[in-house]
Write a new protein. Structure first.
Length: 82
């Protein structure tokens, strides 16, 4: 399942600081909300895939390996062949 909703789990101030780390001192609320929505959706998709991997392995606990494998799996799906 692909999550496409804003869960507001990430603090706007934290996202703003991430943007400011690139050297931008002024950041619009729209920029913060746009990046926050993207990051939350991406995190939800990674988490769901990692949960499936953990269940497939017979575990209830998601591990760092599940997260890394989920990221790899989702990145492979997002790359389209030429």
């Amino acid at each position: 399942m692909i999550y496409m909703r804003n869960t507001n789990e990430l603090a706007a101030a934290s996202v703003k600081r991430l943007i400011q780390l690139t050297g931008n001192q002024r950041v619009s609320a729209g920029a913060v909300n746009g990046l926050r929505e993207y990051l939350e959706n991406r995190a939800m998709n990674i988490s769901e895939t990692a949960q499936k991997l953990a269940r497939h392995a017979g575990r209830k606990t998601v591990t760092d390996l599940d997260i890394r494998m989920a990221i790899d799996e989702l990145e492979k799906k997002s790359i389209t062949p030429p």
